[in-house]
Design a protein around this ligand. Structure first.
Ligand SMILES: Nc1ncnc2c1ncn2[C@@H]1O[C@H](COP(=O)(O)OP(=O)(O)O)[C@@H](O)[C@H]1O
Ligand SMILES: [Mg+2]
Length: 334
């Protein structure tokens, strides 16, 4: 019998997995179900996952079970979460035989780790043999060996999760979940572009591409010119100002939350906390975000902010590490 250890980061938009056998996988946290008999006939499947679901989204009802930072607990959402986990685990461990065992540590949005823990454990029955549910920012801290006083800010799509580390297990008071995250920024940017250029044609995918390629939060930048269409006719548009203004709307509420977690901490350690803010998640790739958060912390007495190296995998790498190191009594046996 072999025991496989897997670390999973079950995010609002993306799920990544790292195994003790050296596998690394990523998929979108969504499941698509055919809309009607025609789409069922065409797709010849009950459900599609990840990128395949996104590519066929016009004929599917797409379910993002964790989009709001908690897992919706209706039957379809629970079944969808299970399908996402089942599929990514099966892909990562094709060599697993019937009597092998899987131990999984799963990082989920901070709020989900508090309110959906039981449901997550229940739905994992039959998929894994032992499970540990942790909050994503804690998994990030674990991946970079930061257990001393520091503050992890994990900027995802649906939520930004903050977690205060202080040398022991963080509890509910140490964590905050904000909805100021990637999807919020996409929304702001869509509205700002439409306000300036009311007739351009935008989709969520176009906005996301623009944000990920050009998004920035520093004072001066080269002009950002993007090609968009108006009634199908392509033209270049200068979106430098609206892009910057939208991106900045993300950093202020995050800095406020950082300050709340610092301000309610043991005064002897507040200085250390504020000077050790670590930004992770897809949002940490926004150009200049570390400096922008640092600058807005200026209003509260300053601070020092850095971004993690491996924004994509650090959550699942941390979960895997926990999986290997956590003592028996932290686990749930299934
Ligand atoms: N270069 C980038 N600049 C700005 N945002 C980015 C960049 N790359 C990814 N993102 C955003 O990060 C978010 C996804 O982050 P991720 O940590 O995967 O989320 P989650 O853990 O919630 O699934 C999305 O909103 C995505 O558009
Ligand atoms: Mg995440």
């Amino acid at each position: 019998m072999t025991i496989f250890h897997v670390g999973i980061d079950l995010g609002t938009s993306r799920t990544t997995l790292t195994t003790s056998t050296g596998q690394r996988l990523t998929t979108m946290s969504c499941v698509g179900y055919p809309k009607d008999v025609i789409s069922q006939k065409r797709l010849k499947k009950d459900h599609l996952l990840g990128a395949e679901a996104l590519n066929n989204r016009l004929s599917l009802n797409l379910i993002w079970p964790l989009a709001d930072g908690v897992m919706r607990e209706d039957a379809l959402s629970v079944a969808s979460t299970k399908l996402i986990l089942q599929d990514i685990i099966a892909q990562a461990l094709p060599e697993k035989s019937a009597n092998d065992q899987i131990y999984a540590a799963i990082g989920v949005p901070a709020q989900a780790s508090i309110s959906n823990k039981k449901a997550l454990i229940t739905l994992s029955q039959g998929l894994v043999d032992k499970i540990l549910v942790v909050s994503e920012p804690f998994a990030v801290a674990y991946s970079i060996d930061r257990f001393d006083e520091c503050l992890i800010v994990d900027i995802g799509a649906g939520t930004t999760d903050l977690c205060r580390m202080h040398g022991s297990m963080p509890d509910a008071d140490d964590q905050r979940t904000l909805t100021y995250a990637g999807n919020f920024l996409d929304n702001e940017l869509t509205q700002a572009i439409l306000h300036k250029f009311p007739k351009v044609q935008l989709t969520p995918q176009i906005i996301k591409r623009i944000k990920e390629k050009h998004g920035f939060v520093y004072d001066v930048s080269e002009p950002v010119l993007v090609k968009l269409t108006e009634q199908g006719i392509p033209k270049e548009y200068d979106i430098t100002d609206v892009l910057r203004a939208s991106c900045l709307k993300l950093t202020d509420p995050i800095s406020q939350a950082v300050q709340q977690l610092v301000g309610s901490f043991d005064p002897d350690f507040q200085e250390k906390l504020r000077n050790n803010v670590i930004v992770a998640g897809g949002g940490s790739r926004l150009k200049g975000i570390d400096n922008a958060i640092e600058k807005s912390l200026g209003a509260y007495g300053g601070g020092s902010v850095t971004c993690v190296q491996d924004a994509e995998y650090c959550g699942s790498v941390g979960a895997l590490k926990m999986c290997v190191e956590m003592p028996e009594d932290y686990w749930e046996n299934l």
